[in-house]
Design a protein around this ligand. Structure first.
Ligand code: ATP
Ligand code: MG
Length: 396
């Protein structure tokens, strides 16, 4: 057992002493078997939520309607979820009803892929009801049970499958692939926020190329906002040799540029994906930077506008066709004389005093003029010098 699991053993034992079953389940088991680092340890149990709360003095109801109770121990915390089945999916996205059950098998049967449906006992024994170990060895993503039914029940599973292709480098088993192709239109029933989360994980995976190709081949892309007629663009994007993207915004910006969006189209496009204003702004700046940098090396004013985004652009751009010259570095960015307007040695008040004029639009214009002069090193960032420059400018 890996360290993260061993730390949880006292919790498992307490559940078992009370007369219930407890197992490690979910993505952490898959990742341990693959030798990947794990993030969260999930525990499944035959005990009902109220019974878990009787066993442990310190718990938090984080998702009690799905059967999840957070158990706090001295040095850690664990999500403990009661075995459950999800019955009667009417609308292709969420179960109408969650039923708690005492059977591990029932719980594992409702999981999406065989490699996500293991249970590990406290002695390290792996329970593998669906030949997931063979699928792990063959790098195969296979739906648990009948794939048509499973994607029909919950269409998000198709996007989850695609992001596992990207994160793990696995391929779909044939029937699973066919079932996704056949049911891809059901993605239209899933909220864009949930699709965004899975698709963004897909964009950041090491095996992005294969995953985007499958995203296109299964036609799932047709039911993602704004992608309908962009199959060819997505494939061009897939072919980029860029190593795994290091941020969500960088990945999206390169994608959006490949979709052929103009800078001013970025924000409206992302609005359909219901992302935050901040994320939309960041992507727009990056797309601006990418387009600009494709034409020319960054000027001092470009760097001043983009700040850290300039480095992100330099990171992704060499992988475009027109591999650029050596671009800016962190040192070049740090070496800018100023990084924001507040660092300018004069402000609006100084200008009002020096000129004796009334406030107006001229003020902003003069400040921009001085700002640019300093950024481009045509003037020292020094009050006397700048005021002299401002007087000359306003007299023109
Ligand atoms: P990650 O490592 O990214 O957390 P994960 O497989 O653990 O991947 P989670 O969303 O944390 O993904 O879900 C935990 C487990 O719950 C999954 O491994 C799977 O067994 C099950 N699961 C999650 N979402 C679904 C779903 N939509 N349908 C069926 N089972 C699911
Ligand atoms: Mg998980």
């Amino acid at each position: 057992l890996p360290e993260e699991f061993r730390q949880a053993l006292p919790v498992m034992e307490q559940i078992e002493t009370a007369g219930y079953e407890a197992y490690f389940v979910g993505g952490s088991v898959r990742d341990v078997l693959l030798g990947h680092p794990i993030h969260d340890v999930d525990i499944a149990t035959s005990a009902f939520p109220a019974e878990i709360k009787e066993i442990f003095p310190r718990t938090v109801d984080v998702g009690i309607e799905h059967g999840t109770v957070l158990v706090l121990t001295e040095d850690s915390q664990y999500e403990i979820t009661t075995f459950r089945t999800e019955s009667t999916y009417q609308d292709f996205r969420r179960p109408d009803q969650v039923s708690f059950v005492r059977s591990l098998e029932e719980d594992l049967k409702r999981r999406d892929f065989t490699i996500n449906a293991f249970a590990v006992q406290d002695d390290g024994n792996v329970i593998d009801l669906f030949e997931g170990l063979a699928d792990l060895a063959n790098k195969t993503l296979r739906a648990v049970g009948n794939p048509h039914e499973r994607f029909h029940e919950d269409a998000l599973r198709m996007m989850r499958g695609l992001r596992f292709v990207s994160q793990l480098g696995f391929s779909f088993e044939e029937e699973t692939f066919e079932a996704i192709l056949e049911n891809h239109a059901l993605l239209g029933k899933i909220s864009v926020e949930r699709i965004f989360i899975e698709f963004t994980k897909l964009l950041l995976g090491d095996y992005r190329k294969a995953a985007i190709e499958q995203f296109v081949a299964t036609e799932c892309y047709q039911y993602c906002p704004g992608f309908r007629d962009k199959g060819a663009n997505l494939l061009t994007f897939a072919a980029l040799p860029t190593p795994a993207f290091t941020s969500e915004a960088a990945a999206w910006a390169v994608l959006l540029d490949h979709l052929g969006l103009a800078v001013e189209e970025v924000s409206p496009f992302l609005r359909q994906w219901k992302v935050s204003n901040e994320f939309r702004r960041e992507c727009r700046e990056l797309v601006w930077g990418i387009k600009r940098r494709k034409e020319n090396l960054f000027t001092a004013m470009d760097l001043y506008r983009l700040q850290e985004h300039a480095l992100t652009v330099e990171e992704v751009l060499p992988y475009y066709d027109q591999a650029g010259q050596v671009g800016v570095t962190k040192e070049a960015l740090d070496a800018l004389p100023i990084h924001q307007l507040s660092e300018l040695a004069v402000n609006g008040n100084d200008l009002l005093q020096a000129t004796g004029r009334k406030p107006g639009p001229w003020l902003k214009e003069v400040l921009s003029y001085l700002e640019q002069a300093v950024v481009e090193k045509r003037s020292e960032n020094d009050k006397t010098t700048l005021l002299r420059l401002a007087m000359a400018y306003t007299k023109e």
